[in-house]
Design a binder for this molecule. Structure first.
Ligand SMILES: O=C(O)CCC(=O)C(=O)O
Length: 277
């Protein structure tokens, strides 16, 4: 459930055994600091029960029709997912971290099931040809991913993500043995309705699902509007026509983005400060 109250501090809550700081949805300075230092945010209680049910039903439909574990271009696959482009809890956080001139860079739906053997090797996000880590040091925030949990991921057997906190700041390539060192990698666990946000340069990998419960996550990635998305961005005109002006803009569908930003609750105020809702 969305908790819009002014709970500003992270609680060092233990999420089923892993003692990770967990944030409540309201944006805070602590969130910004934590994200800059660690490269990620785990936010609880973002989705309402009704939203979880609706997105989960859409996910089940899309995954079963596609017959595979991952569906790129998720927002076009079911109308319910277009809501995640500017979700009222997460969109202001995306704007706070990236600024208002952003786009939806991509979206993907993942259903990790025992039989699908969906495992992701350790990697950083971004195109293979242009490594974001070669752009500058520390690696700039070019792609900000939000993974919405549509099912519980209570332990490391459920096929969730594992990360190395702070690894987005590493200058040297990851030595192979680093993953084996106790305490270096951390599983991202949480309840349905949580959101895991992370920086493109954060090293992460997907674990196998060894249970009979699918682990389903809906991912929306944002980037500054000047980044050219390399894949997964060929939307049908008919699909774009049915979207709200903000959502169309988030797909880069406007000749003069500044005008649309002025016409929405998102953008810059006269004094240059960011207006986010
Ligand atoms: O959430 C997951 O299972 C892995 C997603 C991921 O690492 C990716 O798509 O780059």
């Amino acid at each position: 459930m969305s908790d819009q109250s002014d709970e500003r501090s992270a609680s060092a809550t233990s999420v089923n055994g892993s003692a990770l700081p967990v944030f409540s949805p309201a944006w805070s300075d602590e969130m910004r600091w934590f994200f800059e230092v660690n490269g990620y945010l785990l936010i609880e209680n973002v989705l309402t029960f009704e939203e979880i049910e609706r997105y989960k039903a859409a996910a089940d439909r899309v995954i079963s029709e596609a017959g595979r574990s991952q569906v790129m271009g998720m927002i076009e696959a079911d109308p319910a997912f277009t809501e995640l482009m500017d979700h009222p809890v997460i969109f202001p956080i995306a704007i706070a971290l990236l600024g208002p001139h952003i786009q939806v860079f991509g979206s993907t739906l993942i259903s990790n099931q025992r039989e699908s053997k969906f495992v992701q090797d350790w990697h950083q996000d971004g195109p293979i040809t242009t490594k974001y880590r070669d752009l500058a040091y520390p690696t700039p925030l070019v792609q900000l991913r939000f993974a919405y949990f549509l099912t519980d991921c209570p332990d490391t057997n459920h096929g969730g993500l594992s990360i190395i906190p702070g690894s987005h700041k590493a200058r040297t390539p990851m030595p192979d043995g680093i993953y084996e060192m106790p305490g270096v990698t951390v599983p991202i666990l949480g309840k349905a309705g949580s959101v895991f946000a992370f920086q493109n340069a954060l090293w992460h990998g997907g674990m196998p699902n060894q249970t009979d419960s699918p682990r389903i996550t809906a991912h929306v990635m944002y980037s500054p509007i000047w980044v050219r998305p390399v894949k997964n961005h060929r939307y049908r005109e008919e699909f774009k026509r049915g979207l709200t002006p903000v959502r169309r803009l988030l797909l880069g569908d406007n000749d003069d983005p500044t005008d649309v930003y002025r016409a929405t609750p998102y953008g810059y105020n006269e004094d240059g400060s960011i207006r986010s809702g």
